[in-house]
Ligand binder design. Sequence first.
Ligand code: GUN
Ligand code: ZN
Length: 424
Amino acid sequence: MEILENHILGVSSTGKIEFLEEEKQQEKAAKEWGFNVLDIRQLKKDEFLIPGLVDTHIHAAQYSFTGSAVDKPLLSWLKDYTFPTETKYKNEEFARNIYTKVVRRTLKNGTTTACYFATIHTDTSLILADIANHFGQRAFVGKVCMDKNEIYPEYKEDTRTCLSETKRFVKKLLSRKYPRVKPIITPRFALSCTEELMSELSNIAAAWDVHIQSHISEAKEEVLSVKAMYPHRENYSKVYESNKLLTRKTVMAHGCQLSNEELDIFKENGAAISHCPNSNISICSGHLDVRNVLKRKVKLGLGTDVAGGYSASMLDAIRRTMDTSKILFIQDPTVEVLTFHEVFRLATLGGSQALGLDDIIGNFEVGKEFDALLISPGESSSPFDVFEDDSKEDVIQKFLYLGDDRNITEVYVAGNSISLPDLS
Ligand code: GUN
Ligand code: ZN
């Protein structure tokens, strides 16, 4: 993390960052880029810009029960809350209402890029993509694939239908030519997919060169069930690797129970992990040792995992990542606690790397698109206070720990300002 004071940043009409210069270079920049220095927009005292936040794992359909269903472990939680709720997304009106709310809520909280799971329903998954595009959010949207469901048999498709619907979803979404909303192949997890489905889905991903997302090694009971279901595979990662689902364009949520050997499989395949600490704590799955994942050079981003996680805000994901790191330190003082600089990087550049978007977004490098948040700590409604002797770094840290959407006064995606009053 680097703090640049007294700088000017220029964004072209195409949304790209054209220059980032020291303020004293403004006359030179004005000449070179053809603008009037008097037109440079000045930030107010204490205001600052940060790169947009990247949520690498969020279930848009589960937004309806965010905060009201976090009292059961994973498999009972799926059976009692998640699957019954997701069946409702056959209904377009129901889906449109909740999908509109989740896109607005996440944008308001500074999520400029979201990697969404929808449900098994193709048409309403396409509605989610339309809504993200409409509001200007950068997004991956996945129609969920499941051809097996032992715990809630009503919610699944047969293998052929699932494959043909996935192709229809990918083709339709690509044909809409949305500039920043793309399809992502979404086998839910190994317990809900046959190997035939998984390997055919990997072929679809390869044929259209699209991303893949799923879940892996979240809770111990899940890992045991995967072992029982796939006795011929060495471990959970091998189930996916053997079916070509671990690629450079893959992001797998959780990974709390992964062994070092499995992390090395991730590294070799260039696959990424989405760390979702709120969910891991809320449904009592376990803790991911982020320091170890980073040491093993596996790409890592943060996710809210709405609604296993009870907050749709990436600021919460940042805080829970810090908390988890400290819990691991309390358990084992040889573990090196993450710094808030590192965690902030995971929520921005780390997320862009996990989603293979780091050549486009993630920080303010010249040539990248301007996805950014204007942070205003001095708003009268601000949930925290700034004092005279606070350094810039103190103010940023206070925002990360105590701030909320009241401090996020502008949201930009590819240079477009997303109108916040419309979102309230
Ligand atoms: N594993 C399979 N499906 C899900 C889901 O919807 N949420 C979480 N947290 N884990 C899962
Ligand atoms: Zn999830």
